[in-house]
Ligand binder design. Structure first.
Ligand SMILES: Nc1nc2c(ncn2[C@@H]2O[C@H](COP(=O)(O)OP(=O)(O)OP(=O)(O)O)[C@@H](O)[C@H]2O)c(=O)[nH]1
Ligand SMILES: [Mg+2]
Length: 197
């Protein structure tokens, strides 16, 4: 399978697991803390600038957005976890849906786990990370906002992130929406991941 990550079609948006679309395509989930840059990444990666709403304030994405890519792959933009400035009830609902999604969504075949290159992962990240490990889902770690750190901080920060997750090796890509970095590498890696199956 060779997929070009362009021309997404919104299939469904919903915050309820029971309403998620039924289809036969492999699904890729975009997971990460609020404000890490998930929606900005989706817009950039799919070359569709205004596809999903982004914001400088955490808690922008409030539903799961399912995008059909050329009838071959479905990419899902998730709400963020962590410090979303929304009500406790709403947060608990999303959290529950996210856990259900990571545990039970059969179509899910690859996770893109986004981490801000300047931040060390915390308990919320570990919780999601453990769910992914439990299911032995293939994962690509995506370092976001790579335009932000100083050059000499990059290797040090990556090491800290790897250590926090207790990871020795993991597929990873350094990404920046602002300096247009990482798209070709990631596209290649995803296509490889699916052709090895
Ligand atoms: N410098 C820089 N800023 C970025 C980059 N990607 C995203 N941002 C900024 O990060 C902020 C959050 O971006 P979003 O894409 O809305 O983040 P999100 O993870 O979807 O957030 P939620 O929907 O709240 O979970 C925005 O102000 C973006 O402009 C990047 O590559 N570089
Ligand atoms: Mg978002």
């Amino acid at each position: 399978m060779q997929v070009e990550f362009t021309n997404p079609k919104l299939m469904r948006k919903s915050a309820k697991f029971a309403n998620f679309p039924i289809h036969q395509m492999p699904e890729i989930a975009i997971i990460g803390k609020s404000n890490v840059g998930k929606s900005s990444f989706v817009n950039h990666f799919l070359k569709t600038p205004n596809l999903t709403m982004t914001s400088s304030k955490p808690g922008r994405t409030r539903q799961f957005f399912f995008f059909n890519i050329h009838n071959k792959i479905v990419l899902v933009d998730l709400p963020g976890y962590g410090w979303a400035s929304v009500s406790k009830t709403m947060k608990a609902d999303w959290n529950q849906t996210m856990v259900e999604y990571l545990k039970f969504r059969e179509e899910l075949q690859l996770v893109l786990f986004l981490v801000d290159i300047r931040r060390v992962p915390d308990e919320n990240d570990f919780k999601m990370f453990d769910l992914i490990l439990d299911r032995e889902l293939p994962m690509i770690l995506l370092f976001t906002k790579m335009d932000k750190p100083k050059k000499n901080e990059i290797a040090k920060n990556k090491k800290k992130i790897f250590e926090a997750f207790d990871l020795h090796t993991c597929m990873n890509v350094s990404y920046s929406v602002h300096s247009n970095k990482g798209r070709p590498e990631l596209s290649k890696l995803i296509n490889q991941a699916f052709s090895e199956e």
